[in-house]
Design a protein around this ligand. Sequence first.
Ligand code: CMP
Length: 141
Amino acid sequence: GVQRTLSIAKPDAVSKNVIGEIYSRFEKAGLSIVAAKMLRLSREQAEGFYAEHKGRPFFPALIDFMTSGPVTVQVLEGEGAVLKNRDLMGATNPKEAAAGTIRADFAESIDANAVHGSDSEESAAREIAFFFATSELCDRV
Ligand code: CMP
């Protein structure tokens, strides 16, 4: 069925000037962008968004990185959007990401890994609500 998922282009992708290429991959795969904005996350926002990872050894570095520069956050909509976006992104560690995926092509390290995508429909609902009011989600024909 048609799903929505939350995507983030991380500070490394923004500073490399590849957000357009990343959006293009979503669109070519049949995902529509139904909400989008650019912002610089505060530490409080980053810690809230990644609350499930609090206590993991990589958490401080994750928060430092995600607050190091602007990000874009977008809601992608389409058939099987959660899994489709994860397939487009590739493995979390770009060294393990399949050829042709966003992380294989644009990411440098497990921290600077270009993009985030919701891992389930439940996460997607929570993550979309973290960044967007319902009124900011635009219905597409
Ligand atoms: P993301 O999908 O944004 O979710 C949490 C992020 O933590 C992940 O992408 C990685 O960029 C980062 N990270 C760093 N080390 C690890 C790790 N060992 N396992 C999972 N995520 C990690």
